[in-house]
Write a protein that binds this ligand. Sequence first.
Ligand SMILES: [Zn+2]
Length: 471
Amino acid sequence: MKIPDSALSEILDKLDPVEIIGEYVQLKKVGNRYWGLCPFHHEKTPSFTVSPDKGVFYCFGCHKGGGLFNFIMDIESVSFVEAVNILAEKAGVDIKTENTDKRDTEKKALEELYNRVAGSFHYLLMNSSPAKMFLKYLLDRGINRDTIKKFKLGYAPSDARWLFGFLTKKNYGKDFLKKSGLFFERNNEFLSLFYNRIIFPILNIHGAVVAFGGRTLKENVSKYINSPETLIFHKKDNLFGIYNAIKDIRQKKEFILVEGYMDVLAMHQAGLINTVAPLGTAFTSSQAARLKRYAGRGIIAFDSDSAGTEATVRAINILEKEGIQTSVANFKEAKDPAEILQKVGEIKLKKIEEYTINSFQYLLNRAAIRHNGKTPEGKSEIAKELFPYIAESDSQVRKDGFLKELSDYLDISYNSILFDFTEWQTKSLRTVRYPAKSKKYVKEENLQEGNAIDLHSNELFLIIAVVLNRD
Ligand SMILES: [Zn+2]
């Protein structure tokens, strides 16, 4: 390993594992260990432990374990070198990673490039005269200058050749720029992917710009384009706004999910800084898994048009599968948070709680519009629309509560609803051979060999007994 061992032990010496891991997991001291809910698998009672003296963590549920570096690698999905960098910074230890890994060097260079370009675009938006109409567009939509600065919004000039020339003058190599995801080649020329657009820099969780979204003001062309996948940008993992939101999400253990860039800006401006958006249209389960590390609850505030409601139902299912309890915000005056900001104002967004209903109610309302709840067929259809959601709930009490609500609503006996639900579940289990949840557990168990640490089973049972008695 190219990072000297002395640097690694210096980092570990300076850091308190309970404090570092405590940033991600709420820990409680029992005996000489700390306990909390495992961030790597879904659970209701704590089986995740930290031993401060040994500086190791171990989960009795999914058997993940290791030292602080392993923890950061797993929880932040980063390489060893990146984990060392993160912890070195926290510890205030200066490490010279000198070309440890070619990939990491290239990643760093790309991040530097994107940050530099973002800085230039931002400067142009705030200062250049061709950008004036773009700045005005943002201000007219109710986005203020502070928000524009906070999100480092920018303007990509209308000359598609400008960026390449600008960067080669700054001594960036042609081959490097070619791979950067910023350009496309036409007739031996490198043209900027983003030109004459408002630029939304996409930051990773550590605050580095890793991609751009660009919006045109022209009609009849696709409104938004995004950077392609690169070494530093993986669309399905990243969320717009995550860097500005992460602290608040961790504190509140709750996030708000909106559809677009402008919605994120609107919500943050209204003080709801735990808001993020998927990139592009579809919200993915890997984005949900990422959010699950920090929060157990999520409010979905997508567009209220028909595409938006469909996306809402999908997002509810994806999130509930990950064990995140969801609710849905339904602003009635306009179609999305950005429009609310422009037409009604921040005040309305701030009162999000007033417009939020639990997902069960949301799905029930939606089903009731589509089917006639007065007829037996309609009742049966409504029930069927709710069953998948109820089945995802991991608490029997919650499940039971939903079934009771459904029976009241449809005016059908609880036993009939329960009977149909059980029948439906058996059928769907037969068709889906591996339900999503158990697949996840299998996957994590497969990982255990590499990560597990030795603990005597006697000690294990003793600890479990202590915890059970306490709770
Ligand atoms: Zn676990």
